[in-house]
Structures are given as structure tokens and as C-alpha cells.
Design a protein around this ligand. Structure first.
Ligand code: PLP
Length: 377
């Protein structure tokens, strides 16, 4: 089956009790066993639930892994990934990760005697130089949030493997519709499924996919022990969102390309961060490892006054955090998504007070452009 059909049909299992073609919402905490020596296959919903399991099997299939794990949020999934580290371990992290991931590392994991080095994910020499004998994880987003840097997944995985470390790729921005990190050598794929996978700005979720049995055991233990497994209704909502992933991603892609080109020619716009421009430094790598550039872009404008004008005057576009849903959202990383990143690090990345991020939705692209035009002028 092709990917566009896989998202619609999922694992293709009908409900065994009724034949329902939609996965039922198994709203239960526990399961009745037939006898002392027989189990119905489920014990307790913290450990496993059939609706959550359907989502986990679906994302494992779409990412071409063997085991999927569904968490309450992307950050809960991140916590499970970082719990692979023990005191004395070291991790190499992209210097342009989502602000919440940065906060989790700085405020929580640093207290557990785990060491971190932040590097530019586009600089392979810097990654190689950062590796230590105790490096256990290399963690990248690609493209990065919000400055749209591109990391060469295959090359990074090669470096990590040579040093006995796992490669983790946050695939939130592109989804398996456009990029499959496990096929490029990554060990762990992570998603904030709150974004494009869910797709409607209505459900929080995080997903992990692996194909190594030892890693699968770790996440199985974590999901059942940490108690952050996704609830049945939320699992169902993400499954429902995934059914239209291919259609939505096509439209996000088409709209984003047009909006990026339009913004680039606007006199008040200084720079557009969009991987799909042939002069973007990551264009070539991205074209090799992904089949599209996704629905995200960032841009800087001529003044802080212009930022205020845009944010206060957009009408259809909404000034809100998050990304990847049907509606176009404009975000101000300085005070929103990246407020936890220290000023010096933020400025080094170019996240200034004139920097905005756009999650381009699936509306008519002319309405998006018209709205930006009236707000910018
Ligand atoms: C790239 C990326 N990874 C992880 C997260 C965290 O996900 P969640 O908000 O679902 O906890 C986000 C949130 O914005 C994100 O953008």
C-alpha cells in the first residue's frame, strides 16, 4: 500500500467485536481475564490500551519502525527519550531546538549530573568535535524550530554510531509524509503529534518510534512506569487526524511555497527562512533526505513597529503558539515558544525582536497572502 493509502487505512484492523471500521475509543482502565491462567491481552490502561495501541502501531508503520509509543505531549515523549541518560552521560543537542526541549534539558536533566553540548546541527565538524567517550545521545530537529536549519540525518547518524551513541530526530515539522529518519540511520524518531499529525489544533500528544528491540523495551518500561501514556480519546483524535495527513501536507507545502515567495518580495520583509528556497544553505541536503519542505517558515521585518502592526492587524491569521494545524498561526518566538532560551543564545541564532514564525495553514492561499498584505502595509 502507498503512504497516502496507509494513512487512511492505518493498520487495517477492524474492531474484532463489532467489525467497526473505525478504531473504538476503549474508555476503560482495566480488563476482565477469563481465568487465573488466561489473560485477555490487556491488564491496565496505564500499561496498554487498545485505542492507544492502534495509534502506536499506525505511527510505527508510517515511520517504518517496529515499535511506537504514544505520550500525553511531545515533551512527555522527550522526557522518555532523555531518560535513556544516566548520571555521568553526555548528550550532543542541536543549538536550535524547541524552547520547551531546551528548558527541559537546562532545568531538569542538568540536575541529574547529565552533561550537554549544544552545537549547530548543520555543522558536522562541530558535531564530531563535541562527541566524547560518554556521549550517549545526539538529538536534532530538522528543519529546526524556528530558524529552519537543516541537519544531515545520515551523516549525523554515522558519526553517532561510530561513537556508540543513539541518534534522535524530532520529525515534528516534516512528518513521515515528507521525511523518514529511521530509514536514514536514526535510532529514535520523536513527534509532537500536537502539530501536523493531529493537525487540527485540538489535541496534545507525543509519539516515539524505534526499531531496536532494546530501545523498545526502554520505552515500554517508561510509558507504563512514568504514567504518561496517551488517553484513549486523544489517541483516537490523533488517529483521525492522521487519516488526512497526506492531503493536508500537500496543501501546507503548496501554500507555504507561495507565501514564502510573496514575503520575500515584500519591502518590509528583510529575510525569509524557508528551506524550499534553492539558495537556503540546507536546500540540497533537504532535497536529498526529504520529499518536501513542509508548512513552516520564519521571517524578519524592518522594525519592531512592523512586528506590532502585523500581530495586531492580522484578521484570519491568528496570533497564537503552536503549529501544524489547519489554521494559519503567527508566532513571536521571543516571548512565546523560545522565551526560555537565554538572550545570548537566542540572538546568536537570529531570534531577534523582529523575528516571526508562520505555520501556514490549509486555507485558500490568496486569503493568507491578502491578510499578511493588509497587516504589513
Ligand atoms: C519541534 C517540537 N518538538 C517538540 C515540541 C513539544 O511538543 P508538545 O507541545 O506537544 O509538548 C514542540 C512544541 O511546540 C515542537 O515544536
Amino acid at each position: 500500500m502507498k503512504f497516502d493509502s496507509q494513512v487512511v487505512h492505518g493498520t487495517g484492523k477492524c474492531d474484532p467485536a463489532t467489525g467497526s471500521i473505525c478504531v473504538p475509543i476503549y474508555q476503560t482502565t482495566t480488563y476482565k481475564h477469563p481465568s487465573l491462567s488466561e489473560s485477555c491481552g490487556y491488564d491496565y490502561s496505564r500499561i496498554q490500551n487498545p485505542t492507544r495501541q492502534a495509534l502506536e502501531e499506525t505511527i510505527a508503520m508510517l515511520e517504518e519502525g517496529t515499535h511506537g509509543f504514544a505520550y500525553t505531549t511531545g515533551l512527555a515523549a522527550d522526557m522518555a527519550v532523555f531518560s535513556l541518560l544516566s548520571a555521568g552521560d553526555h548528550a550532543v543537542i542541536s543549538d536550535d531546538v524547541y524552547g520547551g526541549t531546551y528548558r527541559m534539558i537546562e532545568k531538569i536533566w542538568s540536575r541529574y549530573k547529565v552533561e550537554f553540548t549544544f552545537v549547530d546541527p548543520g555543522n558536522l565538524d562541530a558535531i564530531e568535535a563535541a562527541m566524547r567517550p560518554n556521549t550517549k545521545l545526539v538529538f536534532v530537529e530538522t528543519p529546526t524550530n524556528p530558524t529552519m536549519k537543516v541537519a544531515d540525518i545520515a551523516a549525523i547518524a554515522k558519526i553517532a554510531k561510530a561513537h556508540g551513541a543513539y541518534t534522535v530526530v524530532d520529525n515534528t515539522f516534516l512528518t513521515p509524509y515528507l521525511q523518514k529518519p529511521l530509514n536514514l540511520g536514526a535510532d529514535i524518531v520523536l513527534h509532537s503529534a500536537t502539530k501536523f499529525l493531529g493537525g487540527h489544533h485540538d489535541t496534545m500528544a507525543g509519539l516515539i518510534v524505534v526499531k531496536d528491540p532494546e530501545l523498545a523495551e526502554h520505552f515500554k518500561l517508561m510509558v507504563g512506569t512514568e504514567g504518561a501514556g496517551l488517553a484513549p480519546l486523544d489517541s483516537w483524535l490523533i488517529l483521525r487526524g492522521i487519516k488526512t495527513l497526506a492531503l493536508r501536507m500537500q496543501r501546507h507545502e503548496e501554500n507555504t511555497r507561495k507565501v514564502a515567495e510573496w514575503l520575500r518580495n515584500h519591502p518590509r520583509v528583510e529575510k525569509v527562512y524557508y528551506v524550499g528556497f534553492p539558495d537556503h544553505p540546507g536546500y540540497e541536503i533537504s532535497s536529498r533526505q526529504a520529499s518536501g519542505f513542509g508548512g513552516m517558515l520564519s521571517f524578519t521585518v524592518d522594525s519592531v513597529e512592523t512586528v506590532h502592526r502585523v500581530i495586531e492587524n492580522v484578521k484570519m491569521i491568528m496570533f497564537a503558539e503552536s503549529l501544524g494545524g489547519t489554521e494559519t498561526l503567527i508566532t513571536y518566538p521571543l516571548t512565546q515558544t523560545h522565551a526560555s532560551v537565554p538572550e545570548e543564545a537566542r540572538l546568536k541564532l537570529g531570534i531577534t525582536d523582529r523575528f516571526m514564525r508562520l505555520s501556514v495553514g490549509i486555507e485558500d492561499v490568496q486569503d493568507i497572502i491578502d491578510d499578511l498584505a493588509q497587516a504589513l502595509n
